[in-house]
Design a protein around this ligand. Sequence first.
Ligand code: SAM
Length: 264
Amino acid sequence: MDQKDFKFKKKYGQNFLKDNTIPQKIIEISKIMEDSLVIEIGPGAGALTKLLAKKAKQVIAYEIDDSLEEILDHELLDFDNVHVVYDDFLKRNVQNDLHRYTYSHLYVIANLPYYITTPIITKLIEDSLNVEKIIVMVQKEVADRFSAKPKTKDYGSITVFLNYYFDIKKEFSVSRNCFVPKPNVDSCVLSFTKKDSLLTVTNSDVFFQLVRDSFQFKRKTLRNNLKKYDLQKIEEVLGKYDLDLNVRAEELSLEIFVEICNHL
Ligand code: SAM
């Protein structure tokens, strides 16, 4: 099948890059080291996959739409270091898939299907894959949320969750005009670099629940969102920062959330 005859499926978030400079820029910022394995989620017609294959020792790409097989086989003919798995990445036991590879560096580099951006990033963390660096293209508004700073409207529980594990940086913006079909949103390439050492939390389940609860109603104060917690202990920590229970979650840094959790 020729790429021109391909019927794009909206339900899979299929907006393929038509501007070749974008995959090139993604490769440049990725600084792929020798002896690396790259996971790509959603190779589509292989615009990025081909360039990844030139740089990395191995590429494993997950594509849910097996009607892309003929196109991808053709596009990747010159490479024997790419394995395309036709499956839903979210349902996949990725740990098992990685067992047959040996590598020194593991990266995720992808133009993500936007309808499942957060579940994909959450899975990468929860599957304990030990990914060193994630470089992904996401919808601009999602990039704003992931990389938000405290006291801004985009700062939320997902920001705190992701920033606990990674340093997140906006690398460059990508116009909707770079895709076919043209989506209704602009995009941004983000890099996630694993933090050298994580802040110590006594119980990570309690920590992430506390963060979620704090942001449950964004306009409400901690006093209202955290009624079921020991408010006196929370106030003891807030007091150290000249804050009290009338503060909203969006004003608290990752470090303050960690301190509250460890004091509870
Ligand atoms: N990488 C290509 C590019 O940049 O031109 C395509 C990117 S397109 C935004 C997202 C791709 O993810 C599509 O090929 C789509 O079929 C695939 N996809 C959607 N949901 C998926 C899932 N759950 N698992 C694996 N791939 C998925």
